[in-house]
Design a protein. Structure first.
Length: 111
C-alpha cells in the first residue's frame, strides 16, 4: 500500500485506506483504456475509413454502430470535430496535460 500512498492514489486515515480523487481518476482512465483495448479492431476499422474526403455524417453513423461505450464514442466524435486542428497543435495540447517527469520522480506504476 505504501507505493499507492506515495503515488497519491490512496491515503490512510485512522488505519483505514481510502481512494483519493486522483486515484479515482487514474482508475477510471485505466478502465477506459481496457475498454479501448477490447474494441481495438473496431477502432482500427474506423481508422481505415476516416479521411478528409469521407463524409462526416457517415463516419458518425459508423462510430455509432460500432462503438457502444459512450465515453469512447464521445472521444471519437470530439476528435472528428477537431479534425481541422493540425496534429502538432493536438500533441502540444496533450503535452500540457502530462505531468513532467521531474514531478513524477518517485511515482512508479508496475504493469
Amino acid at each position: 500500500m505504501s507505493e499507492l500512498t506515495t503515488a497519491g492514489l490512496v491515503r490512510r486515515i485512522n488505519g483505514r485506506y481510502f481512494v483519493t480523487s486522483f486515484g479515482k481518476v487514474v482508475y477510471k482512465a485505466q478502465e477506459l483504456i481496457g475498454m479501448a483495448v477490447q474494441c481495438s479492431s473496431k477502432l482500427q476499422a474506423i481508422n481505415s475509413v476516416e479521411s478528409p474526403n469521407f463524409p462526416a455524417a457517415e463516419l458518425s453513423k459508423i462510430i455509432d454502430t460500432l462503438i457502444s461505450n459512450s465515453e469512447i464514442k464521445e472521444i471519437l466524435v470530439r476528435r472528428q470535430h477537431n479534425n481541422n486542428i493540425p496534429a502538432e497543435n493536438e500533441i502540444a495540447y496533450n503535452r500540457e496535460l502530462i505531468v513532467p517527469v521531474t514531478k513524477r520522480s518517485s511515482i512508479q506504476f508496475n504493469a
